[in-house]
Design a protein around this ligand. Sequence first.
Ligand SMILES: Cc1cc2nc3c(=O)[nH]c(=O)nc-3n(C[C@H](O)[C@H](O)[C@H](O)COP(=O)(O)OP(=O)(O)OC[C@H]3O[C@@H](n4cnc5c(N)ncnc54)[C@H](O)[C@@H]3O)c2cc1C
Length: 494
Amino acid sequence: MSESQTDVLVVGAGPVGLMLAGELRLGGARVVVAERLPAPTTQSRASTLHARTMELLDQRGLIAELGEVARDDTGHFGGIPLPLGVQPSRYAGLWKVPQTRIEEILGVWATGLGAEVRRGCELTALDQDGAAVTAVLRDQDGSTARLRARYAVGCDGEKSTVRGLAGFEFVGTAAGRELLRADVAGIDVPNRRFQRLPRGLAIAARRPDGVTRVMVHEFGRPAAARRAEPDFDEVTATWARVTGEDISRGTPVWINSFGDASHQVTRYRRGRVLLAGDAAHAQMPVGGQALNLGLQDAVNLGWKLAATVRGRAPAGLLDTYHEERHLVGSQVLSDIAAQATLLLGGPEVEPIRSVMSGLLELEAVRDRLGSGISGVGIRYPMEDAGHPLLGARLPHAELITEAGASTTGALLRSGRGLLLELEPRSSDREDLRTVARGWADRVCAVTARPRPGDRAVATRALLARPDGHVVWADGGERQLRGALTRWFGHPLPT
Ligand SMILES: Cc1cc2nc3c(=O)[nH]c(=O)nc-3n(C[C@H](O)[C@H](O)[C@H](O)COP(=O)(O)OP(=O)(O)OC[C@H]3O[C@@H](n4cnc5c(N)ncnc54)[C@H](O)[C@@H]3O)c2cc1C
Protein backbone atom coordinates (compact mmCIF):
# COMPACT_ATOMS: atom_id res chain seq x y z
CA MET A 1 0.00 0.00 0.00
CA SER A 2 1.40 3.41 -0.94
CA GLU A 3 1.92 5.96 1.84
CA SER A 4 1.95 9.77 1.73
CA GLN A 5 2.12 12.53 4.31
CA THR A 6 0.45 15.84 5.04
CA ASP A 7 -0.18 18.18 7.96
CA VAL A 8 -3.96 17.84 8.19
CA LEU A 9 -6.35 15.30 6.71
CA VAL A 10 -9.86 16.73 6.38
CA VAL A 11 -12.47 14.03 5.80
CA GLY A 12 -15.43 15.32 3.79
CA ALA A 13 -15.64 18.04 1.14
CA GLY A 14 -19.02 19.35 2.23
CA PRO A 15 -19.27 23.04 3.08
CA VAL A 16 -17.55 22.63 6.44
CA GLY A 17 -14.62 20.57 5.14
CA LEU A 18 -14.00 23.02 2.29
CA MET A 19 -14.20 26.07 4.55
CA LEU A 20 -11.78 24.41 6.97
CA ALA A 21 -9.39 23.47 4.16
CA GLY A 22 -9.23 27.11 3.02
CA GLU A 23 -8.66 28.35 6.57
CA LEU A 24 -5.88 25.80 7.11
CA ARG A 25 -4.16 26.91 3.92
CA LEU A 26 -4.42 30.56 4.96
CA GLY A 27 -2.65 29.55 8.16
CA GLY A 28 0.10 27.81 6.17
CA ALA A 29 -0.78 24.15 6.83
CA ARG A 30 -0.62 21.47 4.14
CA VAL A 31 -4.03 19.88 3.75
CA VAL A 32 -5.58 16.91 1.98
CA VAL A 33 -9.37 16.68 1.78
CA ALA A 34 -10.71 13.16 1.21
CA GLU A 35 -14.24 13.04 -0.21
CA ARG A 36 -16.19 9.87 -0.86
CA LEU A 37 -18.33 11.35 -3.66
CA PRO A 38 -16.72 11.48 -7.11
CA ALA A 39 -18.47 14.80 -7.87
CA PRO A 40 -20.18 17.49 -5.79
CA THR A 41 -23.75 16.60 -4.87
CA THR A 42 -26.61 18.42 -6.60
CA GLN A 43 -29.02 17.45 -3.82
CA SER A 44 -31.20 20.27 -2.47
CA ARG A 45 -30.21 21.00 1.12
CA ALA A 46 -29.69 24.18 3.18
CA SER A 47 -30.45 27.52 1.54
CA THR A 48 -29.94 30.21 4.19
CA LEU A 49 -26.86 32.09 5.30
CA HIS A 50 -27.15 34.15 8.47
CA ALA A 51 -25.43 37.43 9.28
CA ARG A 52 -22.36 36.03 11.07
CA THR A 53 -21.62 33.57 8.27
CA MET A 54 -21.88 36.40 5.74
CA GLU A 55 -19.43 38.40 7.85
CA LEU A 56 -17.03 35.44 7.81
CA LEU A 57 -17.30 35.19 4.02
CA ASP A 58 -16.60 38.93 3.86
CA GLN A 59 -13.50 38.41 6.03
CA ARG A 60 -12.25 36.04 3.33
CA GLY A 61 -13.26 38.23 0.37
CA LEU A 62 -15.94 35.81 -0.83
CA ILE A 63 -19.07 37.96 -0.80
CA ALA A 64 -18.72 39.12 -4.39
CA GLU A 65 -18.61 35.47 -5.51
CA LEU A 66 -22.18 35.01 -4.27
CA GLY A 67 -23.49 37.43 -6.93
CA GLU A 68 -27.04 38.79 -6.53
CA VAL A 69 -28.53 37.25 -3.42
CA ALA A 70 -32.16 37.50 -2.30
CA ARG A 71 -32.50 38.66 1.30
CA ASP A 72 -35.30 38.37 3.86
CA ASP A 73 -35.73 40.49 6.96
CA THR A 74 -37.95 38.13 8.88
CA GLY A 75 -36.97 34.77 10.28
CA HIS A 76 -38.85 32.80 12.88
CA PHE A 77 -38.51 31.09 16.23
CA GLY A 78 -40.51 27.88 16.20
CA GLY A 79 -42.70 29.33 13.46
CA ILE A 80 -43.36 32.62 15.32
CA PRO A 81 -42.08 35.54 13.20
CA LEU A 82 -38.80 37.02 14.41
CA PRO A 83 -37.23 40.09 12.78
CA LEU A 84 -33.60 39.38 11.91
CA GLY A 85 -32.99 42.39 9.66
CA VAL A 86 -32.49 44.51 12.78
CA GLN A 87 -29.42 42.65 14.08
CA PRO A 88 -26.35 44.91 14.41
CA SER A 89 -24.55 43.66 11.32
CA ARG A 90 -23.81 44.92 7.83
CA TYR A 91 -25.30 41.60 6.72
CA ALA A 92 -28.38 41.50 8.97
CA GLY A 93 -31.16 39.27 7.66
CA LEU A 94 -31.44 35.89 5.93
CA TRP A 95 -29.53 35.43 2.68
CA LYS A 96 -30.88 32.87 0.24
CA VAL A 97 -28.00 30.92 -1.23
CA PRO A 98 -28.34 27.25 -2.26
CA GLN A 99 -25.86 25.01 -0.44
CA THR A 100 -24.58 23.70 -3.79
CA ARG A 101 -23.46 27.24 -4.68
CA ILE A 102 -21.75 27.74 -1.32
CA GLU A 103 -19.86 24.48 -1.80
CA GLU A 104 -18.82 25.50 -5.31
CA ILE A 105 -17.46 28.85 -4.09
CA LEU A 106 -15.64 27.33 -1.13
CA GLY A 107 -14.21 24.56 -3.30
CA VAL A 108 -12.70 27.04 -5.78
CA TRP A 109 -11.37 29.18 -2.92
CA ALA A 110 -9.79 26.29 -0.97
CA THR A 111 -8.17 24.65 -3.99
CA GLY A 112 -7.00 28.07 -5.20
CA LEU A 113 -5.20 28.43 -1.89
CA GLY A 114 -3.52 25.07 -2.44
CA ALA A 115 -5.74 22.53 -0.66
CA GLU A 116 -5.64 19.12 -2.32
CA VAL A 117 -9.18 17.74 -2.71
CA ARG A 118 -9.26 14.01 -3.52
CA ARG A 119 -12.70 13.01 -4.80
CA GLY A 120 -13.97 9.45 -4.99
CA CYS A 121 -11.74 8.77 -2.00
CA GLU A 122 -13.29 7.25 1.12
CA LEU A 123 -11.82 7.02 4.59
CA THR A 124 -12.12 3.43 5.80
CA ALA A 125 -9.74 3.24 8.79
CA LEU A 126 -8.14 5.70 11.18
CA ASP A 127 -5.58 5.21 13.94
CA GLN A 128 -3.61 7.66 16.00
CA ASP A 129 -0.37 7.50 17.98
CA GLY A 130 1.58 10.15 19.86
CA ALA A 131 2.98 11.71 16.68
CA ALA A 132 0.36 11.40 13.94
CA VAL A 133 -2.79 9.82 12.60
CA THR A 134 -2.75 7.08 9.99
CA ALA A 135 -5.69 6.91 7.62
CA VAL A 136 -6.59 4.31 5.05
CA LEU A 137 -8.25 5.85 1.99
CA ARG A 138 -10.04 3.77 -0.63
CA ASP A 139 -10.31 5.01 -4.19
CA GLN A 140 -13.20 4.34 -6.55
CA ASP A 141 -11.21 1.60 -8.33
CA GLY A 142 -10.95 -0.23 -4.98
CA SER A 143 -7.25 0.54 -4.45
CA THR A 144 -6.24 1.70 -1.01
CA ALA A 145 -3.52 4.08 0.17
CA ARG A 146 -2.21 5.08 3.57
CA LEU A 147 -1.97 8.75 4.56
CA ARG A 148 -0.03 9.93 7.61
CA ALA A 149 -1.11 13.35 8.93
CA ARG A 150 -0.31 15.29 12.08
CA TYR A 151 -4.06 15.75 12.67
CA ALA A 152 -7.34 14.59 11.14
CA VAL A 153 -10.62 16.47 11.19
CA GLY A 154 -13.92 14.72 10.56
CA CYS A 155 -16.14 17.04 8.51
CA ASP A 156 -17.93 13.97 7.21
CA GLY A 157 -21.47 14.85 8.18
CA GLU A 158 -24.17 13.49 10.40
CA LYS A 159 -23.24 9.81 9.96
CA SER A 160 -19.54 10.59 10.45
CA THR A 161 -17.15 7.67 9.96
CA VAL A 162 -14.39 9.58 11.77
CA ARG A 163 -16.58 10.00 14.85
CA GLY A 164 -17.11 6.24 15.02
CA LEU A 165 -13.52 5.21 14.23
CA ALA A 166 -11.99 7.63 16.75
CA GLY A 167 -14.44 6.68 19.53
CA PHE A 168 -16.16 10.02 20.14
CA GLU A 169 -19.14 9.95 22.50
CA PHE A 170 -22.23 11.28 20.67
CA VAL A 171 -25.02 11.96 23.14
CA GLY A 172 -28.54 13.29 22.82
CA THR A 173 -32.06 12.29 21.95
CA ALA A 174 -33.41 10.31 19.01
CA ALA A 175 -36.09 11.78 16.75
CA GLY A 176 -39.54 11.67 18.34
CA ARG A 177 -41.32 13.58 15.55
CA GLU A 178 -40.64 14.33 11.91
CA LEU A 179 -41.54 16.60 9.03
CA LEU A 180 -42.13 15.15 5.57
CA ARG A 181 -40.82 17.36 2.80
CA ALA A 182 -41.32 17.24 -0.97
CA ASP A 183 -40.67 19.46 -3.97
CA VAL A 184 -43.69 18.92 -6.20
CA ALA A 185 -44.37 20.15 -9.75
CA GLY A 186 -47.84 20.63 -11.15
CA ILE A 187 -49.78 21.49 -7.98
CA ASP A 188 -51.59 24.66 -7.00
CA VAL A 189 -51.92 25.06 -3.24
CA PRO A 190 -51.88 28.29 -1.21
CA ASN A 191 -48.49 29.42 0.09
CA ARG A 192 -48.29 28.89 3.84
CA ARG A 193 -45.45 29.96 6.15
CA PHE A 194 -46.05 27.86 9.27
CA GLN A 195 -49.75 27.16 9.29
CA ARG A 196 -50.98 25.31 12.34
CA LEU A 197 -54.19 23.50 11.49
CA PRO A 198 -56.23 21.36 13.89
CA ARG A 199 -54.51 18.13 12.73
CA GLY A 200 -51.00 19.33 12.02
CA LEU A 201 -48.49 21.80 10.67
CA ALA A 202 -48.36 22.66 6.94
CA ILE A 203 -45.84 24.74 5.03
CA ALA A 204 -45.93 25.47 1.29
CA ALA A 205 -43.79 27.76 -0.82
CA ARG A 206 -44.07 28.03 -4.60
CA ARG A 207 -40.75 28.76 -6.30
CA PRO A 208 -40.32 30.87 -9.42
CA ASP A 209 -39.82 27.68 -11.47
CA GLY A 210 -43.36 26.59 -10.55
CA VAL A 211 -42.27 23.80 -8.21
CA THR A 212 -43.84 23.94 -4.74
CA ARG A 213 -41.98 22.81 -1.63
CA VAL A 214 -44.43 21.31 0.84
CA MET A 215 -43.65 20.26 4.40
CA VAL A 216 -46.09 18.57 6.70
CA HIS A 217 -46.27 17.12 10.20
CA GLU A 218 -49.31 15.40 11.64
CA PHE A 219 -49.65 16.19 15.34
CA GLY A 220 -49.06 13.21 17.61
CA ARG A 221 -47.53 11.06 14.85
CA PRO A 222 -44.17 9.65 15.94
CA ALA A 223 -41.11 9.68 13.68
CA ALA A 224 -41.05 6.51 11.58
CA ALA A 225 -38.06 4.14 11.72
CA ARG A 226 -36.89 4.65 8.14
CA ARG A 227 -34.36 2.93 5.92
CA ALA A 228 -35.28 5.05 2.90
CA GLU A 229 -36.94 8.37 2.23
CA PRO A 230 -40.78 8.39 2.42
CA ASP A 231 -42.65 7.70 -0.80
CA PHE A 232 -44.94 10.25 -2.45
CA ASP A 233 -48.10 8.37 -1.36
CA GLU A 234 -47.13 8.89 2.28
CA VAL A 235 -46.58 12.61 1.69
CA THR A 236 -49.87 13.10 -0.18
CA ALA A 237 -51.88 11.09 2.37
CA THR A 238 -50.43 13.08 5.28
CA TRP A 239 -50.95 16.36 3.42
CA ALA A 240 -54.58 15.41 2.76
CA ARG A 241 -55.23 14.51 6.41
CA VAL A 242 -53.72 17.77 7.65
CA THR A 243 -54.94 20.27 5.01
CA GLY A 244 -57.85 18.50 3.31
CA GLU A 245 -56.12 19.13 -0.08
CA ASP A 246 -55.26 16.59 -2.75
CA ILE A 247 -51.75 16.97 -4.20
CA SER A 248 -51.51 13.41 -5.48
CA ARG A 249 -51.69 14.50 -9.15
CA GLY A 250 -48.47 16.46 -8.79
CA THR A 251 -45.07 15.12 -9.81
CA PRO A 252 -42.58 14.73 -6.99
CA VAL A 253 -39.15 16.13 -7.87
CA TRP A 254 -37.51 15.36 -4.53
CA ILE A 255 -38.75 13.86 -1.26
CA ASN A 256 -37.16 13.70 2.13
CA SER A 257 -38.00 13.69 5.81
CA PHE A 258 -36.23 15.05 8.84
CA GLY A 259 -36.80 14.55 12.51
CA ASP A 260 -36.15 16.45 15.70
CA ALA A 261 -33.17 14.31 16.80
CA SER A 262 -30.52 16.27 18.68
CA HIS A 263 -27.01 14.95 19.33
CA GLN A 264 -23.64 16.49 20.14
CA VAL A 265 -20.26 14.93 20.84
CA THR A 266 -19.12 15.42 24.41
CA ARG A 267 -15.64 16.56 23.25
CA TYR A 268 -14.78 18.11 19.88
CA ARG A 269 -11.24 16.74 20.13
CA ARG A 270 -9.80 13.32 20.94
CA GLY A 271 -6.03 13.58 20.77
CA ARG A 272 -5.11 14.22 17.13
CA VAL A 273 -8.64 13.85 15.81
CA LEU A 274 -11.21 16.65 15.80
CA LEU A 275 -14.77 17.02 14.52
CA ALA A 276 -16.59 19.96 12.96
CA GLY A 277 -20.01 20.62 11.44
CA ASP A 278 -22.71 17.94 11.37
CA ALA A 279 -20.14 15.34 12.45
CA ALA A 280 -19.94 17.12 15.81
CA HIS A 281 -23.59 18.08 16.20
CA ALA A 282 -26.77 16.79 14.60
CA GLN A 283 -29.87 18.89 14.80
CA MET A 284 -33.21 19.47 13.12
CA PRO A 285 -32.51 21.77 10.14
CA VAL A 286 -34.87 24.44 11.34
CA GLY A 287 -34.18 28.10 10.58
CA GLY A 288 -31.11 27.20 8.52
CA GLN A 289 -28.82 26.96 11.51
CA ALA A 290 -27.11 23.61 10.87
CA LEU A 291 -24.99 24.82 7.98
CA ASN A 292 -24.16 28.16 9.60
CA LEU A 293 -23.07 26.53 12.84
CA GLY A 294 -20.74 24.22 10.92
CA LEU A 295 -19.11 26.96 8.84
CA GLN A 296 -18.48 28.92 12.03
CA ASP A 297 -16.86 25.81 13.62
CA ALA A 298 -14.49 25.64 10.63
CA VAL A 299 -13.41 29.27 10.93
CA ASN A 300 -12.84 28.91 14.66
CA LEU A 301 -10.72 25.77 14.19
CA GLY A 302 -8.72 26.51 11.03
CA TRP A 303 -6.21 29.09 12.28
CA LYS A 304 -5.73 27.30 15.61
CA LEU A 305 -4.94 23.97 13.98
CA ALA A 306 -2.69 25.60 11.36
CA ALA A 307 -0.72 27.33 14.13
CA THR A 308 -0.46 23.99 15.97
CA VAL A 309 0.96 22.04 13.04
CA ARG A 310 3.38 24.86 12.26
CA GLY A 311 4.68 24.67 15.84
CA ARG A 312 3.61 28.23 16.64
CA ALA A 313 0.58 27.63 18.81
CA PRO A 314 0.69 28.66 22.45
CA ALA A 315 -0.12 25.94 24.99
CA GLY A 316 -3.81 25.09 25.11
CA LEU A 317 -4.77 26.99 21.93
CA LEU A 318 -6.21 23.95 20.16
CA ASP A 319 -8.34 23.05 23.17
CA THR A 320 -10.09 26.41 23.01
CA TYR A 321 -11.81 25.05 19.89
CA HIS A 322 -13.78 22.59 22.02
CA GLU A 323 -14.26 25.09 24.84
CA GLU A 324 -15.70 27.75 22.53
CA ARG A 325 -17.61 25.78 19.92
CA HIS A 326 -19.11 23.09 22.17
CA LEU A 327 -20.65 25.86 24.24
CA VAL A 328 -22.10 27.63 21.19
CA GLY A 329 -23.28 24.32 19.72
CA SER A 330 -25.09 23.24 22.87
CA GLN A 331 -26.85 26.62 23.11
CA VAL A 332 -27.97 26.41 19.48
CA LEU A 333 -29.12 22.79 19.90
CA SER A 334 -31.12 23.76 22.96
CA ASP A 335 -32.78 26.65 21.09
CA ILE A 336 -33.54 24.31 18.18
CA ALA A 337 -35.11 21.77 20.57
CA ALA A 338 -37.34 24.54 21.93
CA GLN A 339 -38.28 25.49 18.36
CA ALA A 340 -39.07 21.86 17.52
CA THR A 341 -41.50 21.72 20.45
CA LEU A 342 -43.20 24.95 19.38
CA LEU A 343 -43.44 23.78 15.77
CA LEU A 344 -44.32 20.13 16.05
CA GLY A 345 -46.21 20.05 19.34
CA GLY A 346 -49.99 19.68 19.05
CA PRO A 347 -52.72 21.73 20.72
CA GLU A 348 -51.03 21.16 24.09
CA VAL A 349 -48.25 23.65 23.16
CA GLU A 350 -50.67 26.46 22.24
CA PRO A 351 -50.40 28.09 25.72
CA ILE A 352 -46.57 28.07 25.44
CA ARG A 353 -46.78 29.51 21.91
CA SER A 354 -49.04 32.24 23.20
CA VAL A 355 -46.58 33.09 26.01
CA MET A 356 -43.69 33.07 23.49
CA SER A 357 -45.59 35.35 21.09
CA GLY A 358 -46.11 37.80 23.96
CA LEU A 359 -42.46 37.61 25.00
CA LEU A 360 -41.36 38.23 21.42
CA GLU A 361 -42.93 41.67 21.65
CA LEU A 362 -40.12 42.55 24.07
CA GLU A 363 -36.99 43.87 22.42
CA ALA A 364 -34.70 42.06 24.86
CA VAL A 365 -36.27 38.71 23.94
CA ARG A 366 -36.06 39.40 20.19
CA ASP A 367 -32.45 40.40 20.70
CA ARG A 368 -31.51 37.29 22.65
CA LEU A 369 -33.10 34.93 20.12
CA GLY A 370 -32.09 36.93 17.04
CA SER A 371 -28.48 37.31 18.10
CA GLY A 372 -28.31 33.54 18.64
CA ILE A 373 -29.81 32.61 15.26
CA SER A 374 -27.82 35.21 13.32
CA GLY A 375 -24.63 34.32 15.25
CA VAL A 376 -23.70 37.95 15.82
CA GLY A 377 -24.21 37.65 19.58
CA ILE A 378 -21.52 34.98 20.03
CA ARG A 379 -19.12 36.07 22.73
CA TYR A 380 -16.44 33.54 23.60
CA PRO A 381 -15.43 33.36 27.26
CA MET A 382 -12.28 35.39 27.95
CA GLU A 383 -10.25 35.52 31.17
CA ASP A 384 -10.77 39.28 31.28
CA ALA A 385 -14.18 40.23 29.97
CA GLY A 386 -14.18 43.81 31.23
CA HIS A 387 -14.53 45.48 27.82
CA PRO A 388 -17.81 44.78 25.93
CA LEU A 389 -15.87 43.82 22.78
CA LEU A 390 -13.77 41.12 24.47
CA GLY A 391 -14.73 37.69 23.10
CA ALA A 392 -17.22 39.29 20.69
CA ARG A 393 -16.65 39.61 16.96
CA LEU A 394 -15.09 42.71 15.48
CA PRO A 395 -18.00 44.66 13.98
CA HIS A 396 -17.95 46.02 10.46
CA ALA A 397 -16.51 49.52 10.23
CA GLU A 398 -15.47 51.72 7.34
CA LEU A 399 -11.88 52.89 7.81
CA ILE A 400 -9.25 55.03 6.17
CA THR A 401 -5.83 53.44 6.45
CA GLU A 402 -2.41 54.51 5.17
CA ALA A 403 -3.16 52.36 2.11
CA GLY A 404 -6.57 53.97 1.49
CA ALA A 405 -10.20 53.14 2.24
CA SER A 406 -10.79 49.78 3.89
CA THR A 407 -13.09 47.91 6.25
CA THR A 408 -12.55 45.77 9.32
CA GLY A 409 -13.59 42.71 7.27
CA ALA A 410 -11.05 43.47 4.54
CA LEU A 411 -8.25 43.88 7.10
CA LEU A 412 -8.80 40.28 8.23
CA ARG A 413 -8.49 38.77 4.73
CA SER A 414 -4.90 37.64 5.09
CA GLY A 415 -5.97 35.17 7.77
CA ARG A 416 -3.61 36.76 10.29
CA GLY A 417 -4.54 38.46 13.55
CA LEU A 418 -5.24 42.19 13.45
CA LEU A 419 -3.92 44.86 15.78
CA LEU A 420 -6.01 47.91 14.95
CA GLU A 421 -5.26 51.32 16.40
CA LEU A 422 -7.69 54.10 15.67
CA GLU A 423 -6.48 57.66 15.33
CA PRO A 424 -5.94 59.96 17.04
CA ARG A 425 -3.46 57.85 18.98
CA SER A 426 -3.21 58.19 22.76
CA SER A 427 -0.10 60.27 23.38
CA ASP A 428 0.68 58.46 26.66
CA ARG A 429 0.95 55.08 24.93
CA GLU A 430 3.98 53.31 23.49
CA ASP A 431 3.55 52.81 19.72
CA LEU A 432 1.53 49.58 19.51
CA ARG A 433 3.37 48.53 16.37
CA THR A 434 6.56 48.49 18.41
CA VAL A 435 4.89 46.33 21.06
CA ALA A 436 3.65 43.87 18.43
CA ARG A 437 6.85 43.78 16.33
CA GLY A 438 7.79 40.28 17.54
CA TRP A 439 4.47 38.93 16.20
CA ALA A 440 4.61 40.70 12.81
CA ASP A 441 4.57 37.34 10.97
CA ARG A 442 1.24 36.41 12.64
CA VAL A 443 -0.43 39.74 13.38
CA CYS A 444 -0.95 42.61 11.00
CA ALA A 445 -0.73 46.03 12.72
CA VAL A 446 -2.81 48.80 11.17
CA THR A 447 -3.42 52.39 12.16
CA ALA A 448 -6.62 53.81 10.75
CA ARG A 449 -9.12 56.62 10.96
CA PRO A 450 -12.80 55.71 11.11
CA ARG A 451 -14.82 57.12 8.20
CA PRO A 452 -16.57 60.29 9.44
CA GLY A 453 -19.70 59.30 11.32
CA ASP A 454 -18.72 55.59 11.65
CA ARG A 455 -18.81 54.74 15.34
CA ALA A 456 -19.16 50.96 15.01
CA VAL A 457 -15.87 50.19 16.76
CA ALA A 458 -16.26 51.74 20.19
CA THR A 459 -12.60 51.52 21.23
CA ARG A 460 -9.28 53.22 20.53
CA ALA A 461 -7.32 50.04 19.92
CA LEU A 462 -8.02 46.33 19.71
CA LEU A 463 -6.49 42.96 18.89
CA ALA A 464 -8.59 40.49 16.89
CA ARG A 465 -7.84 36.82 16.16
CA PRO A 466 -7.86 35.55 12.55
CA ASP A 467 -11.52 34.51 13.03
CA GLY A 468 -12.41 38.11 13.87
CA HIS A 469 -12.98 37.71 17.63
CA VAL A 470 -11.53 40.42 19.85
CA VAL A 471 -9.07 39.35 22.56
CA TRP A 472 -7.73 42.72 23.76
CA ALA A 473 -9.36 46.13 23.69
CA ASP A 474 -8.11 49.39 25.11
CA GLY A 475 -5.97 47.74 27.78
CA GLY A 476 -2.40 48.62 28.62
CA GLU A 477 0.72 47.47 26.75
CA ARG A 478 1.40 44.76 29.34
CA GLN A 479 -2.07 43.27 28.73
CA LEU A 480 -1.51 43.55 24.97
CA ARG A 481 1.73 41.56 25.24
CA GLY A 482 -0.16 39.02 27.37
CA ALA A 483 -2.96 38.70 24.78
CA LEU A 484 -0.49 38.39 21.89
CA THR A 485 1.37 35.61 23.72
CA ARG A 486 -1.84 33.90 24.88
CA TRP A 487 -3.32 33.68 21.34
CA PHE A 488 -0.31 33.83 18.99
CA GLY A 489 2.55 32.29 20.96
CA HIS A 490 5.95 33.69 21.80
CA PRO A 491 7.38 36.65 19.86
CA LEU A 492 10.22 36.17 17.42
CA PRO A 493 13.42 37.98 18.37
CA THR A 494 13.42 41.44 16.75
C1 LIG B 1 -31.38 16.00 2.66
C2 LIG B 1 -30.89 17.13 3.52
C3 LIG B 1 -31.63 18.30 3.63
C4 LIG B 1 -31.16 19.35 4.44
N1 LIG B 1 -31.89 20.50 4.54
C5 LIG B 1 -31.42 21.53 5.29
C6 LIG B 1 -32.12 22.74 5.39
O1 LIG B 1 -33.19 22.91 4.80
N2 LIG B 1 -31.59 23.73 6.18
C7 LIG B 1 -30.38 23.57 6.85
O2 LIG B 1 -29.89 24.47 7.52
N3 LIG B 1 -29.73 22.43 6.76
C8 LIG B 1 -30.20 21.42 6.01
N4 LIG B 1 -29.52 20.28 5.94
C9 LIG B 1 -28.32 20.18 6.73
C10 LIG B 1 -27.13 20.80 6.01
O3 LIG B 1 -27.12 20.36 4.69
C11 LIG B 1 -25.89 20.37 6.80
O4 LIG B 1 -25.93 21.03 8.06
C12 LIG B 1 -24.59 20.69 6.10
O5 LIG B 1 -24.49 20.00 4.88
C13 LIG B 1 -23.45 20.28 7.03
O6 LIG B 1 -22.26 20.36 6.33
P1 LIG B 1 -21.06 19.38 6.67
O7 LIG B 1 -19.97 19.81 5.77
O8 LIG B 1 -20.85 19.33 8.14
O9 LIG B 1 -21.55 17.93 6.27
P2 LIG B 1 -22.05 17.37 4.87
O10 LIG B 1 -22.59 18.43 4.02
O11 LIG B 1 -22.92 16.21 5.19
O12 LIG B 1 -20.71 16.87 4.17
C14 LIG B 1 -20.04 15.70 4.60
C15 LIG B 1 -19.23 15.15 3.44
O13 LIG B 1 -18.44 14.09 3.92
C16 LIG B 1 -18.42 13.05 2.95
N5 LIG B 1 -18.11 11.80 3.62
C17 LIG B 1 -18.86 11.14 4.52
N6 LIG B 1 -18.22 10.05 4.96
C18 LIG B 1 -17.02 10.01 4.32
C19 LIG B 1 -15.91 9.12 4.35
N7 LIG B 1 -15.89 8.02 5.13
N8 LIG B 1 -14.83 9.39 3.56
C20 LIG B 1 -14.84 10.50 2.76
N9 LIG B 1 -15.88 11.36 2.70
C21 LIG B 1 -16.95 11.12 3.47
C22 LIG B 1 -19.82 13.10 2.35
O14 LIG B 1 -19.86 12.50 1.07
C23 LIG B 1 -20.09 14.60 2.32
O15 LIG B 1 -19.72 15.18 1.10
C24 LIG B 1 -29.95 19.22 5.14
C25 LIG B 1 -29.20 18.04 5.02
C26 LIG B 1 -29.66 17.01 4.22
C27 LIG B 1 -28.83 15.74 4.10
